[in-house]
Design a protein around this ligand. Structure first.
Ligand SMILES: Nc1nc2c(ncn2[C@@H]2O[C@H](COP(=O)(O)OP(=O)(O)OP(=O)(O)O)[C@@H](O)[C@H]2O)c(=O)[nH]1
Ligand SMILES: [Mg+2]
Length: 555
């Protein structure tokens, strides 16, 4: 897995092959390969080779890079930290640049990158950062390779996992960070399997080995090597590592055995990886065409039946669509009551806090009722706004939770559908269809701009000039206190409804996208299985063109 086992391709050859696959995908409506095709095209254009550090959250990925660079560049910590893809490479002068999802870029001092990369400063990537790019002159020795720090997988923070998995098609060399405790999980194995679709160069970085004594270390190393050998024929190189003093020889070993070689042969590696990616893509494209070919070869009378056997009866498809719709709509229907119940728990504490504060402020509002009214209105409006804003931030995770849950449910339902489709295709025609569901791209809901409603109706103002404050102070205080309670209640409802509106818009976008994906997948299979006998020759020619899209391999 470490060596590129295939003949490298040039950029021009790769782009030619991608053009052929693109044309076939358009003709046969194969939309499932869009993400992979785009990843390959971007990789073909890259000048440098990406060395990506991937793996479970808290495995020590960012710490490893800081240690390698000898500089506390990336934020690290005991809770999930990295929330944004960060690309670090050599540049003639120090530079840090934030690239936002809308394409805007902003240069920042490198000491401020934590404001964009870390989960505490940029929770759930609400700043909508696509990636952060850093150039450092001291990385001259790694010129030609580009390090990529990725958000940790498998934590409860799903957006982090999604950001990393979405990035996989662009991977060059992958270093999978595995902490010694636990040493290698099923998820790590799945990650390596998934990565092998995109690169032949995967290595394991066994982190935090300082917490073990020498005997334990060699036991863990043997265990990890044995496990990896169970899954892959070719050895996956293993690099023990520690950032603690006394373990510098591990850095030197990694540098000599992996990074320096990679750097010296970056161009060759790049070409080998590109070949690997395009070979995988061609193989997957060929599966679709083989399905079309087998369908075209059966009798016309059997074809309809065959399509049904693969795609399923109409009722089954309607049920699948209905399941997707219901998941989104059920969450939408219950959002308001859930949010109100959630905020109801804050009503008393907020009210008590404001009334206590009010009782401290009120004695100072002495001049006239008109002024007291104005002072009260300004004070209450600003206090309520700040309370609502902090509640909105504090409960954000709970407000957006239905969106995350539904996104996961829809993804799982669609992946189940794809798996069944592949099983049915194997049963009917002996052809597998390797399709995997891309994560949903619906943007995270943004927090609302908290609005506070009008505090008073204007009748009070008419009275306010007539009544001297000293006479009515007690009355006014009681009235104001009641007003505080009412305003808190009304604005909690308003906040619930603002979040409901935002969350429901996201849920409805998710529902729409899920149905579109299902329909587009069905359309692909229907198109493929509708191929008739007279199309056999053309499909064979297309399959041959897939086989010849790249110059032949040595192996
Ligand atoms: N003992 C020991 N602790 C380490 C080592 N490397 C990292 N750690 C600790 O492991 C914790 C996680 O480190 P990070 O570098 O933030 O891990 P990460 O994989 O980047 O985490 P995410 O960005 O959240 O996915 C921190 O508390 C580090 O101090 C090591 O070599 N030895
Ligand atoms: Mg990190």
């Amino acid at each position: 897995m470490s060596e590129a086992a295939t003949l490298p391709v040039t950029k021009a050859e790769a782009l030619d092959a991608l053009r052929i696959i693109g044309e076939l995908c358009r003709r046969y409506q194969i939309t499932s390969l869009d993400g992979f095709r785009q990843g390959c095209a971007e990789f073909a254009e890259e000048e440098s080779l990406n060395v990506a550090i991937l793996g479970r959250f808290k495995a020590g990925k960012s710490s490893f890079l800081n240690h390698l660079f000898g500089k506390p560049l990336l934020p690290v910590g005991v809770v999930p930290v990295t929330t944004v893809i960060t690309v670090i490479e050599y540049g003639p002068r120090a530079l840090a640049e934030v690239v936002f999802k809308n394409g805007r870029t902003e240069q920042i001092p490198w000491e401020r990158i934590g404001d964009f990369i870390s989960e505490t400063e940029n929770p759930e990537n609400f700043k909508q950062v696509e990636r952060v790019r850093i150039e450092l002159p001291e990385l001259e020795r790694y010129r030609g390779i580009r390090f990529v720090d990725t958000p940790g997988l498998e934590s409860v923070l799903r957006h982090n996992t999604e950001a990393s998995l979405d990035w996989l098609p662009k991977v060059g060399l992958a270093l999978v960070a595995v902490g010694v405790d636990p040493p290698l999980s099923q998820h790590d194995i799945e990650l390596i399997r998934n990565l092998s679709r995109y690169t032949p160069n995967v290595a394991v970085l066994l982190t935090k080995v300082d917490v073990l004594n020498e005997l334990e270390r060699s036991q863990v190393q043997d265990f990890v090597e044995e496990q990896l050998a169970r899954y892959w024929d070719k050895p996956v190189p293993l690099f023990p590592y520690s950032i603690r003093p006394g373990f510098e020889h591990f850095r030197a070993g990694l540098d000599a055995r992996l990074l320096s070689q990679t750097r010296a042969n970056a161009g060759e590696h790049h070409a080998g990886i590109l070949r690997h990616k395009i070979d995988s893509l061609l193989a997957e494209c060929a599966e679709y065409l083989t399905l079309a070919l087998k369908a075209a070869e059966v009798d016309d009378s059997e074809r309809r039946l065959l399509r049904q056997r693969i795609v399923g009866e109409k009722e089954y498809l309607d049920d699948t669509r209905q399941t997707l719709r219901l998941a989104a709509r059920h969450a939408a229907a219950t959002a308001r009551t859930t949010f109100e119940a959630l905020l109801h728990r804050d009503e008393l504490p907020v009210r008590d806090r404001l009334i206590a504060q009010f009782n401290r402020e009120f004695p100072g509002w002495t001049s006239s009722l008109a002024t007291a009214l104005k002072q009260f209105e300004d004070w209450l409006s600003s206090m309520v706004r700040s309370e609502m804003e902090s509640l909105s931030i504090h409960h954000r995770e709970e407000f957006v939770q239905p969106v995350r849950r539904v996104s996961r449910q829809l993804s799982e339902s669609l992946q189940d559908f794809r798996n069944r489709l592949s099983e049915r295709s194997v049963q009917a025609l002996g052809v597998t269809l390797r399709t995997s569901e891309m994560e949903f791209r619906v943007e995270d809901p943004k927090s609302p701009d908290v609005r506070v409603g009008k505090i008073f109706d204007r009748n009070w103002e008419l009275l306010s000039f007539l009544l001297p404050m000293t006479l009515i102070k007690g009355l006014v205080r009681r009235h104001f206190e009641r007003k505080v309670s009412d305003v808190v209640f009304i604005n909690l409802s308003r906040l619930a409804s603002q979040w409901e509106e935002i969350v429901n818009a996201s849920l409805s976008a998710l529902e729409k996208e899920a149905i579109q994906r299902l329909d587009s997948l069905i359309a692909t299979i229907e198109k493929l299985t509708a191929a008739e006998g007279h199309a056999v020759a053309a499909i064979r020619a297309d399959l041959a063109s897939v086989g010849q899209a790249l110059p032949p391999n040595a192996t």
